[in-house]
Design a protein around this ligand. Structure first.
Ligand code: SAM
Length: 286
């Protein structure tokens, strides 16, 4: 095979991307590496066994998940130091992307061990590539906080981001997250919901956040499975972008002439914008 399985007598840690649904989305090189290393560190060994069986691989596995990763790190580093190569995989997609593995990779790099990627699927890139939203600059935020208040606070901070925003979401929260997005970013902002990518029920919905929230709320089938949610930057939104620009202008003019509270109160009456939101914006501008 083309890999160099050891480096200066020490093993290599391969970080191997695996399919996000379709088992055939495993690269030839990934199959070679998984079949040739001494150990596979897997998030859930039962889950990965299905993939290995599908490709006829019988390399021994050891579990590495969020509850044991700092505990098993020493053993894996020991194997690598002794010249045994290890492949790190997660249940789906690229390890470390909202998945375990960061402490292990950081420790290997700290020790000067070779860490080599075997790139492949990741839901964030797969969704972005088909969303029809700008992909030249994007910001991945993983999962939003579960608690509604914390989630809304995070979203408020992202409202003015000029990059496409990408989030992971579960079936339990997709409906309320879309409702929060429509409320906080404005129902006119464009977005995309990518569901069950590469699987039988793959569906890519695009439209305004208001439309997306409504469509998902109206159909329980649209709330099943795994989701990537994307939000376009304000520049792409036409009406809303101009509205935000005008609101800023009004607020800026009033702030030049009036104390902050009065300026906010008048701006709210002129523009119809939410007073708290204007207040936060005024503090940023002040
Ligand atoms: N490491 C993975 C990656 O590179 O994409 C992500 C792991 S994270 C624990 C799982 C989340 O990724 C899911 O809750 C969902 O938001 C997203 N995801 C994974 N597979 C997906 C798919 N086939 N379609 C849509 N979203 C998916």
């Amino acid at each position: 095979m083309s890999q160099q399985p050891v480096s200066n007598g020490r093993g290599v840690l391969y970080v191997v991307a695996t399919p996000i649904g379709n088992l055939d989305d495993l690269s030839r090189r990934a199959i070679e590496v998984l079949g040739s290393v001494a150990h596979i560190a897997a998030e859930d060994t039962r889950h990965t066994r299905r993939l290995l069986r599908h490709h006829g691989i019988d390399t021994p596995m050891t579990p590495l998940h969020e509850h044991n990763e700092t505990r098993v790190l020493g053993r894996i580093v020991g194997w690598l130091e002794a010249g045994e190569s290890v492949a790190l995989v997660s249940d789906a997609g690229t390890p470390l992307i909202s998945d375990p593995g960061f402490p292990l990779v950081r420790e290997c790099r700290r020790r000067g061990l070779k860490v080599s990627p075997v790139p492949g699927p990741s839901a964030v890139v797969a969704a972005l590539s088909v969303s029809g939203l700008p992909a030249d600059s994007f910001c991945f935020h993983g999962f939003l906080p579960r608690q509604r208040a914390a989630r809304r606070e995070r979203l408020e901070r992202l409202r003015r981001s000029t990059s496409t925003l990408v989030f992971y979401e579960s079936s339990h929260r997709i409906e309320s997250t879309l409702a929060d997005l429509a409320e906080i970013f404005g129902g006119g902002r464009r977005g995309c919901v990518a569901r069950e990518l590469t699987k039988r029920h793959e569906e890519i919905l695009d439209g305004t956040l208001g439309e997306l929230a409504e469509r998902v709320a109206a159909d329980p089938d649209r709330r099943r499975g795994e989701f990537v949610v994307l939000v376009a930057p304000p520049e792409q939104t036409g009406e809303e972008g101009r509205f935000e620009g005008e609101t800023d202008q009004v607020l800026a003019l009033l702030l030049e002439e009036l104390p902050l509270k009065q300026a906010v109160s008048l701006a709210a009456r002129i523009t119809g914008e939410n007073r708290n939101r204007l207040y936060r914006r005024a503090l940023e501008m002040h």
